[in-house]
Design a binder for this molecule. Structure first.
Ligand code: AMP
Ligand code: MG
Length: 408
């Protein structure tokens, strides 16, 4: 019987119904948390900024004083960042520097470029008509003590780690990393650095897929090349299921005589073989493999063609992994961008073209879109998501997904 043909969104929905976040978490230092996922809401310990402070170097003043004094004020205090000033006396200004607390009674800061310093800095002439509140950063406008600074499920990139530090934490609770085992089927494959067999090719999927896994913050185990034999494939699956959440493979998911993934996974667990109406891609195997110790590891079998395995990883394995990680944002960002080429003969399947943003902000197409031509993805910086049967013309807006948003 022919396996069912699914749309990309139906396939994704089915996958995600299964994926549940890992439950274990661990305490790590903030510096070690890059690429990890926050396990609990992080509550700020402090107000940030801790007090109203100045956003500029200049003078803290009380606006009402300018009327009586013809905008000429006595300067009787100096407040650098890290020190507390005294309450502002009537008719005076405080020399103040970025980050310093606003003295009591001041209601605006005038930046030094808008003032003239007089009598060796003991007086200041204010040359503008300031607005109340100008250049004052309010206490707690960034973070409030006792409130959520970052919510559970946040993926920790550079700015999030800075927020963790602002909120007063040197360490934080993160989900344990998702553990993924990968192996690569095909008697034609050799490892780079080794001699090629006659008619052989190098295993490029290993480096592409392991790098994808690392970009997503997984712990990846490489189980190497597995020959096109049922017993070898079953052995590899048993080894891979132990201590891993997910097994991914490349190749052998068609239903030819040399394709052993389907019978091997069926024997070691359970499997659905899907035909997904996408190009490149199409066959995707999804199931689970029993673990000797307990439970089962998820299984996703990707096609062997290098572009197909890369694209199906980005579209299906990535969101599945993000769910296992407990991340709340799992949809990649897509943008409406102008196509700078015609696409008159669309495929009947939903096609993901390798494209690149050109200097004028439009999309260029890599000329060879074959699923075996991996240089298309290395040249490109993203995928153009072309719906089934919908051609477009140069100048039309199309949906573009950058690789950067698919690899993090
Ligand atoms: P398969 O899905 O096993 O039928 O393989 C489809 C195509 O992808 C064949 O041309 C294979 O030689 C190629 N292929 C399979 N695995 C890899 C790999 N790990 N690296 C590069 N090409 C591969
Ligand atoms: Mg093969």
């Amino acid at each position: 019987m022919k396996p069912p043909m699914l749309s990309a969104s139906d396939a994704l929905q089915r996958l995600l119904e299964n994926a549940k976040s890992v439950q274990e978490h661990e305490l790590v230092k903030t510096q070690d948390a890059l690429g990890r996922v926050l396990a609990r809401d992080l509550i700020s310990q402090v107000d940030v900024p801790p007090l109203d402070n100045t956003a500029m170097d200049g003078y803290a003043i009380r606006c009402a004083d300018l009327v009586q004094t013809d905008s000429l004020l006595k300067v009787d205090q100096r407040i650098p960042a890290g020190s507390m000033g005294l309450p502002l006396k009537t008719g005076t200004a405080a020399r103040i520097f970025t980050g310093a607390p606003i003295p009591l009674g001041a209601d605006a800061v005038v930046m030094q470029e808008d003032c003239s310093s007089i009598a060796e800095g003991t007086q200041v002439q204010v040359n503008i008509n300031p607005q109340k509140g100008q250049w004052i950063r309010r206490r707690g406008e960034d973070l409030s003590a006792g409130k959520i600074a970052l919510s559970a499920g946040t993926f920790l990139r550079a700015p999030q780690l800075g927020v963790v530090a602002s909120a007063g934490y040197a360490e934080l609770l993160v989900k344990r990393q998702v553990r993924v085992a990968a192996f690569f089927t095909g008697d034609e494959l050799s490892l780079p650095g080794e001699a090629l067999k006659p008619g052989g090719i190098y295993n490029s999927n290993r480096d592409t897929l392991l790098a994808c896994l690392r970009s997503l913050g997984c712990v990846a185990t490489d189980l190497g090349i597995v020959p096109d034999r049922l017993d070898a494939t079953r052995d590899a699956l048993r080894q891979a299921s132990s201590k891993h959440d997910l097994i991914i493979t490349s190749g052998g998911v068609s239903v030819g005589e040399e394709d052993h993934i389907k019978p091997a996974v069926s024997a070691e667990g359970r499997l659905d073989l899907w035909q997904i109406a996408i190009k490149p891609g199409k066959p995707l195997a999804f199931g689970a493999v029993r673990r000797e110790e307990n439970g089962e590891a998820w299984f996703m079998g990707l096609p062997g063609n290098p572009v197909s395995s890369f694209v199906t990883f980005l579209l299906f394995v990535r969101p599945f992994i993000l769910r296992l990680q407990g991340r709340h944002d799992i949809s990649p960002h897509s943008f409406q961008v102008r196509a700078d080429f015609d696409w008159p003969k669309p495929d009947r399947r939903n096609e993901f073209l390798r494209v690149k943003v050109n200097p004028s902000g439009g999309l260029d197409l890599f000329p060879n879109q074959s699923s075996g031509v991996l240089t298309s993805a290395a040249w490109g910086d993203g995928l153009l998501n072309c719906p089934a049967g919908q051609g477009f013309k140069q100048g039309d807006l199309v949906s573009y997904i950058p690789f950067t948003s698919l690899l993090s």
